[in-house]
Design a protein around this ligand. Structure first.
Ligand SMILES: Nc1ncnc2c1ncn2[C@@H]1O[C@H](COP(=O)(O)OP(=O)(O)O)[C@@H](O)[C@H]1O
Ligand SMILES: [Mg+2]
Length: 249
């Protein structure tokens, strides 16, 4: 589904050049949930922007469904740390924003918007304005907005990192449900070991300066995963410890 071959990215500025990523080879299968884990500054956002077609690679290439990525694609949605909702538009109209933007038929997407809002626990909040919602609810709206076009690929850049731990866990649960129901291919960038273990089929560990793939760890814990009662705590602990060592190395 997604293939990066020999990808590197260098930034040049007045203060010299930064090699943000180097020699990245990565395949993401259709329906797979891949987490990209690394410390701040190791090139996670750069990697995601390369896949999104928001930034060209310095060397190598990115392909999605066999086509070389040169600009953003409609079948890929992106989600960031901040929900970036329009404050004067209702929850429903924020979810429908891409519909308006791309000139799709509103009537055809309204029902889907309501469905997505219900699926993420926002039933009854359709007519509210963003400032009337908590941070977690706002991020749920952003999640619905990124799903409204039925994307085949979701690119997520630390989408839950501004939220408190419990809200983060709740949203992780919802994201797993979305992933299981819709079979969307997800690339999820995070600096949180817990989040990577909770969510991913595979965790790509990046080492810094320049960002390279240090290791790819498969997480075989059954879904849906939680951190509470009934969780596979031993497996979680083992995977977390392994990732911790890889990040500290
Ligand atoms: N537009 C840019 N111009 C110059 N340097 C950049 C730019 N974007 C990222 N970098 C540099 O590339 C490196 C990786 O950045 P980034 O991908 O944002 O890391 P992360 O998301 O893992 O924190 C950093 O050293 C950062 O300063
Ligand atoms: Mg980043």
């Amino acid at each position: 589904m997604i293939r990066l071959s020999g990808v590197s990215r260098t930034f040049s500025g007045r203060s010299g050049t930064v090699e943000a990523l180097s020699g990245i080879d990565l395949d993401v299968a259709e329906g797979e949930f891949v987490a990209v884990l690394g410390r701040s500054g190791c090139g996670k956002s750069t990697l995601l922007r390369l896949v999104a077609g928001l930034l060209p690679a310095t060397t190598g290439e990115v392909r999605v469904s066999g086509d070389r990525v040169t600009k953003p694609r409609r079948d890929m949605a992106m989600m960031f740390q901040k929900p970036a909702l329009l404050p004067w538009r209702t929850v429903l109209d924020n979810v429908l924003l891409p519909v308006q933007f791309f000139g799709w038929k509103r009537a055809e997407h309204r029902d889907r918007a309501h469905e997505l809002l219900a699926m993420t626990g926002l039933n009854g909040f359709e007519k509210r304005l963003p400032h009337e919602l908590s941070g977690g609810m706002q991020q749920r709206v952003a999640l619905c907005r990124s799903l409204i076009g039925n994307p085949r690929v979701m690119l997520m850049d630390e989408p839950f990192s501004a939220l408190d731990a419990l809200t983060r866990e709740e949203l992780s649960g919802e994201l797993q449900r979305v992933h299981m129901e819709l079979n969307t291919t997800i690339v999820f960038v995070t600096h949180s070991i817990d989040e990577a273990v909770l969510l991913a089929d595979r965790v790509v560990v990046l080492s810094p300066r320049p960002g390279r793939i240090r290791e790819i760890l498969e997480i075989k814990i059954p879904r849906p995963r939680t951190l509470g009662r009934g969780a596979h705590l031993e497996d979680v602990a083992r995977c977390s410890a392994e990732l911790h060592e890889l990040l500290m190395a």
